[in-house]
Design a protein around this ligand. Structure first.
Ligand code: SF4
Length: 267
């Protein structure tokens, strides 16, 4: 694992996910095999290591943010778009926490999305935002699948427990079921929705798996050893026009409606 401390020149980036996004790290230890950030990150770094095997730590990020909040218009900040702000290294560097302290002081609304229960460490801070939310990405209830697709992330059960704690503390919460992994995420979709409902998420949003450039080769290589039966099915669903996602959406609508879950679909 290559870990480097680097200097950044700017931090608050315009984003289509919110007014701004902040990425305190480049690279992500969670190493999800479907991660879209992998190919995007290669465009602006020289890293040749496998995804999950390198992280650049923007060691001067708090100082840069202090400067930027003074000169940029206020807006909602999304953490993060190309990394997980609570990947294991955050325990050592506290970068995300220090950035949140600045955003809180300057009254910026925030939206945090993570696969890690380390976010619970900052509950004391997050609950003081008048406009803040915490979302947990969960793509399956099956922890064996979680270990294969999202190797270094927190166990699913722990994420649900953390979501409940935020909810109990009055913090707005959501679940992102994305990307929906065909024949993995849907295996237990009704139970999945019931669990989300029990945990008390304010809403849940869904996205399909999209084949970004270079992703299929990577997926195929990884599936070959552990889930070979999925290769042909995924190829068909992702590259041909099938009604897989349409049917699943209808099924989700039905169960979510019965449970009174607030759903948002990105597909
Ligand atoms: S947690 Fe997010 S950024 Fe990190 S590897 Fe997984 S999908 Fe990529």
């Amino acid at each position: 694992m290559l870990i480097r401390e680097v200097q950044c020149r700017s931090l608050l980036s315009r984003s289509r996910l919110a007014d701004y996004c902040i990425n305190p790290y480049i690279g992500c230890q969670h190493a999800c095999i479907y991660c879209y950030a992998d190919s995007y990150t290669r465009r602006f770094t020289e890293h040749t290591e496998a995804w999950g095997e390198f992280v650049d730590v923007k060691i001067n990020a708090p100082r840069v943010l202090e400067r930027e909040v003074e000169i940029k218009p206020k807006g909602t900040v999304f953490l993060s778009s190309l990394t997980d702000p609570y990947q294991p290294l955050e325990e050592k560097y506290n970068l995300t926490r220090r950035l949140l302290e600045i955003l809180l002081r300057h009254r910026y609304p925030i939206s945090i999305q993570t696969k890690s229960v380390l976010v619970l460490r900052d509950l004391d801070l997050i609950k003081r935002f008048s406009d803040g939310e915490v979302g947990f990405t969960i793509t399956t209830l099956n922890d064996e699948h979680r270990r294969f697709f999202e190797p270094s992330s927190s166990p699913v059960e722990d994420r649900l427990m953390a979501l409940s704690k935020f909810r109990e503390s009055g913090v707005k919460t959501y679940v992102f079921l994305g990307p929906i992994l065909p024949h993995i995420s849907d295996q237990d979709i009704d139970e999945f929705l019931r669990e989300i409902s029990r945990a008390g998420a304010d809403y849940i949003y869904f996205d399909r798996l999209n084949l970004k450039p270079g992703l299929w080769v990577k997926l195929e290589n990884r599936l070959k050893d552990n889930e070979p039966d999925l290769i042909e099915e995924w190829r068909r669903i992702l590259s041909e026009s099938t009604d897989y996602y349409k049917s699943l959406k209808a099924r989700i609508f039905k169960t979510a409606g019965e449970l009174g879950l607030n759903c948002i679909f990105c597909f």
